[in-house]
Ligand binder design. Sequence first.
Ligand code: ADP
Ligand code: MG
Length: 246
Amino acid sequence: MIRLTGIHKHFGANHVLRGVDLDVARGAVTALIGPSGSGKSTLLRCFNLLEMPEAGRLELEGLAIDFGIGRPPPKADILAVRRSTGMIFQNFQLFPHRTVVANVMEGLVTVSRWPTEKARARAMELLAKVGMDHKAEDWPATLSGGQQQRVAIARALAASPKLLLCDEPTSALDPALAAEVVEVLRALAREGTTMLMATHDLRLAAQVAQEVVFIEGGGVVERGAPGQVFGAPSDPRTVRFVESLT
Ligand code: ADP
Ligand code: MG
């Protein structure tokens, strides 16, 4: 089970998530769409506890954490959630003062305490998978945005996460570079990587997701196969949003 239930989150007076329920199918890709400010990033961050929900429950493959029950979740559970998830961001967020391979090794060495050589071998394997092993010793700043995002994907996969969270992974990239990132994400999807992806890119959602979830007003409005949500949405709010994108 990978699932959030009854999730509430405020920022000050702004009640962003109002009892959200969202389950993520294992081995599949779920695309999260919704207007700017609807809480997509916040919801993604609730899955790895970069944001702590005020109420609700997180289930992640055998772990279950309840929020808002008068005491904070056990630290060990929070750590376990962080280790079970990987995340990639719109702006890549590579460590600028580390080489490509060092970026990918970082978590394995510092968090998982792998020996350096083993971590390096694993990092090289992952870099090969995203077509970036030839840049292993380069600095992030010398790479294109698409290349940086591919390295970020390799880094996010290093600890073999049960869930890969992708926050607008192509929106900082021009179309040609976005396409190379989409190609990598499609390959991961074909291998059965479980992903939850916030995106404005209809093409990305249609190409890689089995399910599309539309959120607005603090909750899930509609969900279904991409063809249904984009082609024949049933809720008027979804209709309006999809029209605004095309
Ligand atoms: P989306 O990713 O769908 O654009 P976000 O999750 O980033 O939406 O933001 C949802 C709402 O929460 C917005 O109104 C945003 O301004 C607010 N918000 C997000 N993060 C913070 C934060 N750290 N502090 C205060 N407000 C925030
Ligand atoms: Mg966002």
